[in-house]
Design a protein around this ligand. Structure first.
Ligand code: PMP
Length: 293
C-alpha cells in the first residue's frame, strides 16, 4: 500500500482529516523552495519520549527559517497526544511538519500561510532488525555537512536532507545501510539521520555538534553513559582516527541506538559499551508512570 493511501487520520492545521485526504497543492512554497521544517518523534507505551523538546525544536526550526508556527507548544503537544489516541498506537513514530503554503509563488513568501501537520505510523525499526545488533554497514558520503555560514544547520529543515537522501541512496546502491558524512572541514560529522559515537579504551568519543543537529537522542545517550561512569569526550574527530576506535554506534529518534560494524574500510566490533547503551536507552524511553504507580 502506498504511504499516502493508509487508513487513519492526520492532524492538519487544527483538525483531524482522513489520511488519504491530507493533501497540498503542487505550487506549495515548501515543495519548491524547501521552506519546511519537521520533527521525528517516537512514542513508547503511549507516551512520546521527550515530546516537549521535539516540539520546542520544531518551533525553533521554523524561527530559524524566518517563520512563526501558528500553534503553541501546548497545542502541538495536545494534538500529538490526541492523534496517538485516535490512531490507537502505543508504540509509533510521529512526524510533525510545518511549511510555507501556496498563496504566492516565488522565492519571497511574505503572504504564504504557515501550515502544520502531524502524522503517526508504526515504524518498529529504522534499520534491518537482523543486521541491527551485529552492527550495520556505513559508506562514506560524497557530500559534507555544510558550514553554518552556508546553511541553517541548527534547524531540522527539509532542505538540509537533500544531501542526506543523495548520500543514503548512493550508499544503498553499494549495499550499505547508510552513509557517514564528514563536515565542511573534513571532520567526522554524523550519519544521514543520526548522530555518531565511537569507543576507545573505555571512553566514548563523539564529534562536537557545531554544524549538525545536537540530537535529543545524542544528549540522552551522553547522559546515560555518564550515569554509568563512562567518560564522554566531545571533540573534533578526523576520519584518519577511525582505525583507533574499537566500537561505533549511531543514535537518533528513529535509529535509537544502533551498533555500527563497518564504515567504508574501517571495522568495529559492537562491544560492552554499545550493548549497555542500547539497553539503557531502551529502558530510558519507557514511560516512567509505571514506576510511580
Ligand atoms: N542528525 C540528523 C541529520 C537527523 O536527521 C537526526 C534525526 N532527527 C539526528 C541527527 C538525531 O536527532 P534526534 O536524536 O533528535 O532524533
Amino acid at each position: 500500500v502506498p504511504f499516502d493511501q493508509l487508513d487513519g487520520e492526520i492532524w492538519m492545521n487544527g483538525s483531524f482529516v482522513p489520511w488519504k485526504d491530507a493533501k497540498i497543492h503542487v505550487l506549495t512554497h515548501g515543495l519548491h523552495y524547501a521552506s519546511s521544517v519537521f520533527e521525528g518523534e517516537r512514542a513508547y507505551g503511549g507516551e512520546v519520549f521527550k515530546l516537549r523538546e521535539h516540539t520546542d525544536r520544531l518551533i525553533e526550526s521554523g524561527r530559524i527559517l524566518g517563520f512563526e508556527i501558528p500553534y503553541s507548544a501546548d497545542e502541538i503537544d495536545a494534538a500529538t497526544t490526541e492523534l496517538l489516541k485516535r490512531q490507537g498506537f502505543a508504540d509509533a513514530y510521529i512526524r510533525p511538519i510545518a511549511w510555507r503554503g501556496s498563496e504566492m509563488m516565488g522565492v519571497s513568501a511574505q503572504k504564504n500561510r504557515i501550515n502544520v501537520a502531524i502524522a503517526a505510523w508504526v515504524w518498529p525499526s529504522y534499520f534491518d532488525p537482523e543486521q541491527r545488533m551485529k552492527g550495520i554497514r556505513l559508506d562514506l558520503a560524497q557530500y559534507r555537512r555544510p558550514d553554518p555560514m552556508t546553511a541553517p544547520s541548527r534547524a531540522k529543515a527539509a532542505g538540509l536532507y537533500m544531501i542526506c537522501t543523495i548520500s543514503k541512496h548512493a550508499a544503498e546502491a553499494k549495499g550499505y545501510a547508510d552513509a557517514m558524512m564528514l563536515d565542511w572541514r573534513g571532520r567526522v560529522a554524523e550519519a544521514t539521520g543520526a548522530n555518531i559515537f565511537f569507543v576507545k579504551d573505555g571512553a566514548i568519543h563523539t564529534p562536537d555538534p557545531d554544524c549538525f543537529l545536537n540530537g535529543i537522542t545524542r544528549q540522552t545517550v551522553i547522559g546515560l553513559a555518564r550515569r554509568r561512569g563512562i567518560e564522554v569526550i566531545e571533540r573534533a574527530i578526523m576520519p584518519e582516527e577511525l582505525s583507533g576506535f574499537s566500537e561505533c554506534f549511531i543514535c537518533g529518534t528513529a535509529a535509537e541506538v544502533t551498533p555500527v560494524a563497518e564504515i567504508a574500510d574501517w571495522r568495529f566490533t559492537p562491544g560492552d559499551i554499545t550493548r549497555r547503551l542500547v539497553e539503557d536507552y531502551a529502558a530510558e524511553v519507557q514511560p516512567k508512570r509505571a514506576a510511580a504507580e
